[in-house]
Design a protein around this ligand. Structure first.
Ligand code: NZQ
Ligand code: ZN
Length: 411
């Protein structure tokens, strides 16, 4: 087990009706003016926004609204939000929505004290500072990205055709209001994409280059087993509270770093090389209509089939713990396969099983289903190299030729 530091400073307020206590939670932390950030209208239609604003009013917390965050959020609205937050003197940025909304809130928050253009922070030209930065709070309406507890913030810049992450401990929300009932209204596709994203967050950490850590591996595989059990229940019955609640909490634990402790190459660093996320972010950067989780459903299995030979034993433990898949024992089972063939068959069966699960939820199997064709691959590789350099990844170092092969294998 490698050394680690673990910092998950968020207060989680979880359960039925908790969105009505948003105001009291913020007032208890001493906040007096919230910039309330939300998306393209779901929170208005479902009544969630009205409940949150009423609770702010009741607790004496003033508020200013910023609406219109799109999925795969863009830096333009962040710039507007920074001006608004400065203008109204917001002392907390409250995201009401999912990863796109919370990431917009995070980017506004680090942008407020920064004099230059906020994109500088995503380009490595400047570093976020704590001084003058309003904290972030959120009311989560879609379990998926894990932004409610993560140190990540992912933003697109349409002009540059880039989508970039900015990791900082400053991004962790002070409070996350998590009411599973708010997720009853999610379309099946978003529920499925969310579950896929959570599983991907756990697997990016599981497939780091660091050896096994039984406690962490147990948490990781246990979370995935729960998601495999609960996701079909939520799809079959969208108002199944327990299924929704388990999925929501799993999404948080998938990405607050708990599921990677001791498996990071550097203490305090995140476990894993996040290869599939890097490959997927290019898809949703070039076409904002691609849902992040749906892109991962295609990319992750393709990456697994490409790299498994680097550490087959890691894939065998994953297959055993998640799906109960064991390599055949030629002698005991009386079959004519070599040990190498038995390992390969077990690994590929594991990847097939995982991909079959994603597809059973309604996720795509191929890039073609996402509207991505072979002609677009050079453009994906060009921005991938801008973001990650010529070689990236950890489980196996990947060149741009490797990335091309993975994209092509997923067509
Ligand atoms: O915009 P509205 O109208 O609110 O609709 C949203 C949106 O269309 C809808 N929705 C949300 N809650 C709903 C609902 N519809 C009905 N009922 C509800 N209760 O769902 C759609 C998707 O929302 P979005 O916030 O985009 O989803 P998600 O949470 O998956 O976030 C995706 C973004 O997060 C980034 C992704 O790259 C992508 O940009 N990520 C952020 C991470 C982080 N900050 O830690 C890590 C992830 O790996 C990921 O990269
Ligand atoms: Zn993700």
């Amino acid at each position: 087990m490698n050394d680690f530091t673990f910092f998950s400073p968020t207060k989680f307020v979880f359960g039925r009706g908790v969105c009505d206590s948003t105001g009291t939670e913020l007032a208890a932390l001493g906040f007096s003016h919230a910039l309330v950030v939300y998306g393209e209208g779901s929170v208005v239609r479902t009544g969630t926004l009205g409940r949150v604003l009423a609770s702010l009013d009741a607790a004496g917390v003033a508020h200013t609204e910023l609406s219109g965050v799109r999925p795969n959020p863009e830096v333009g609205l962040v710039r507007t939000g920074i001006e608004q937050a400065r203008g109204c003197g917001a002392d907390v940025i409250l995201g009401v929505g999912g990863g796109s909304v919370i990431d917009t809130a995070k980017a506004i928050s680090v942008g407020v004290p920064y004099d230059g253009d906020v994109w500088d922070l995503f380009s490595g030209l400047a570093t976020p500072t704590a001084e003058g930065k309003p904290p972030i709070a959120c009311v989560l309406t879609i379990p998926a990205a894990g932004s409610e507890a993560s140190a990540s913030c992912v933003l697109s810049n349409d002009e540059l055709e880039l989508k970039r992450g900015l990791s900082s401990e400053l991004h962790r929300p002070v409070v996350a209001i998590m009411d599973p009932k708010l997720t009853f209204t999610l379309p099946a596709y978003q529920t499925a994409a969310g579950v896929t994203d959570m599983i991907a967050h756990i697997m990016e950490r599981y497939f780091s280059s660091v050896g096994p850590v039984s406690v962490t591996d147990g948490i990781a595989c246990g979370l995935i087993r729960s998601l495999i059990k609960e996701a079909p229940r939520a799809l079959a019955n969208p108002t199944d509270y327990d299924a929704r609640a388990n999925i929501m909490w799993a999404g948080t634990l998938a990405h607050n770093d708990l599921a990677g402790l001791g498996r990071s190459a550097t203490p305090g660093g995140r476990a894993g090389g996040w290869e599939s996320h890097a490959l997927e972010h290019e898809l949703s950067a070039h076409d904002a209509r691609i849902t992040h989780g749906a892109g991962l459903a295609v990319i992750f299995p393709a990456w697994m089939r490409y790299v498994w030979q680097e550490h087959p034993e890691r894939f065998l433990s994953f297959g055993r713990d998640v799906f109960g898949i064991e390599p055949v024992d030629a002698e005991a089972d009386g079959v004519d396969v070599s040990p190498e063939e038995a390992v390969r068959d077990a690994v590929l069966a594991t990847v097939d099983e995982l991909q079959g699960f994603f597809v059973s939820l309604g996720m795509p199997r191929t890039l073609g289903e996402l509207g991505v064709s072979s002609e677009q691959i050079p453009a994906l590789l060009e921005t991938l190299e801008k973001n990650k350099g010529p070689v990236f990844g950890e489980f196996r170092r990947l060149t741009m030729e490797d990335a091309r092969a993975i994209y092509e294998s997923a067509l």
